[in-house]
Design a protein around this ligand. Structure first.
Ligand SMILES: *Cc1c(COP(=O)(O)O)cnc(C)c1O
Length: 389
């Protein structure tokens, strides 16, 4: 049976070019960049070259990029580290209702420590309103952290306007750009961004490596104390092979972005058109202001989990809600924030495309899904009296 991967928003395979770039740094170029000898200096050179590649990509200065072990770590560092560094200034932080769990849970933890958290609502497409943000900023607000593009529905926020609102009020602005980084252009200066998180494994790089952009002059308390690597902000021996791979993934993404976006946009349009022909099917998120690769649907009377399992039997890997919350069986907080009912949010299916997605795979999904939906509806406990025909 052929296997089709439609879960690129959860993670992506490592590009063979990335593996090739990484390999020497596991073996002959294995040095510790903190060492003064030749091995160390060779590793340090690779580390700093990688930092420059990533800084240039988002219009940052080289020193403004620090490497971390995951975007979860980057986001934890921003929320907890800034809260700690600014606790004399204020104890109010603003996030949104549609953040990734690592921002949500960090905020929840800070709440228990006595911080006050405002969670901004979104409209039915998942969009934040910059006016709502302006109104929510208070004298003691120390940080605004808003996701750039949703990992569940793909909706892209008006980050430039949100950042401008923060700047006007003198509040630091962080964005979780894990899904948008490497997919759409980002310029931290033009977009008024003070801090930004990105992850390697969502853009065909290795897992366990990520970065955090911190605008010059911003003070942040590190999560990890130790040898003082990464300007003292993230002690640990540098993951040089991982970082080299991350930078190579960025180089490829930059080179191919325009063409790849158009290709994914066309595939997604075909997919959406095909799946919305199924009766009782709906698109979640904004139809235009979205990433070209993430598509989220819901189907009346069906549970997303059953849908994902049936698709798996057909060799198709998709997801319901986000990969991180699918074990809890709670409906997605993102879909609930759009105003979906509990049952509707449970019927969601995320089809996320990527570098190796092909038109034939979209055609196959469009062919097999109607029958799966029909079969599941026959046994659906939700379907009581309603009939489509
Ligand atoms: C995947 C993801 C993360 C977590 O990144 P890791 O590097 O896997 O920890 C954070 N935010 C968003 C939006 C994501 O999609």
């Amino acid at each position: 049976m052929k296997k089709i991967y439609f879960d690129y928003a959860a993670t992506s395979p490592v590009d063979p070019r990335v593996i090739k770039a990484m390999l020497p740094y596991f073996s002959e170029k294995f040095g510790n960049p903190m060492s003064l000898h030749g091995f160390g200096q060779e590793a340090k050179l690779a580390l700093e070259k990688s930092r420059k590649e990533i800084a240039d990509f988002i219009g940052a200065e080289i020193k403004e990029i620090i490497f971390t072990g995951s975007a979860t770590e980057s986001n934890n560092s921003v929320l907890k580290g800034l809260a700690q560094a600014n606790k004399e200034k204020g104890r109010h932080i603003i996030i949104s209702q549609i953040e990734h769990p690592c921002v949500r849970e960090s905020a929840k933890w800070l709440e228990k420590q006595g911080y006050q958290i405002t969670r901004l609502p979104v409209d039915k497409y998942g969009l934040l309103n910059p006016r709502d943000l302006e109104n929510a900023i208070k004298k003691d607000t120390i940080l605004v952290s808003l996701i750039h593009a949703s990992n569940e529905i793909g909706t892209i926020q008006p980050v430039k306007e949100l950042g401008a609102a923060c700047r006007q009020k003198g509040v630091l602005f962080h964005t979780d750009a894990v899904q948008s980084f490497g997919k759409i252009p980002i310029d931290v200066n033009k977009m008024n961004i003070d801090l930004l998180s990105a992850s390697s494994h969502k853009i065909y790089g290795p897992k366990g490596v990520a970065c955090l952009y911190i605008r010059k002059g911003i003070k942040i308390e590190p999560l990890l104390h130790g040898g003082g690597q990464e300007s003292g902000l993230r002690s640990s021996t540098s993951n040089v092979p991982g970082i080299v791979g991350f930078a190579e993934a960025v180089r490829i993404a930059k080179k191919d972005m325009k063409k790849e976006n158009l290709r994914l946009f066309r595939l997604s349009q075909k997919l959406i058109k095909g799946l919305l022909k199924i009766e009782g099917s709906h698109l979640n998120g904004h139809p235009q202001k979205k990433l070209p690769n993430i598509n989220n649907f819901w189907f009346d009377f069906i549970e997303g989990e059953s849908l994902v399992m049936q698709l798996d039997l057909e060799g198709i890997a998709a997801s319901t809600g986000s990969a991180c919350s699918s074990v809890t069986l709670e409906p997605s907080h993102v879909l609930m924030a759009l105003g979906l009912k509990h049952q509707e949010a449970h019927g969601s299916l995320r089809i996320s495309l990527g570098r190796w997605s092909k038109e034939s795979e979209i055609n196959y999904l469009i062919r097999v899904l109607p029958q799966i939906v029909e079969n599941l509806r026959k046994i659906s406990p939700f379907k009581t009296s309603f009939k489509f025909d």
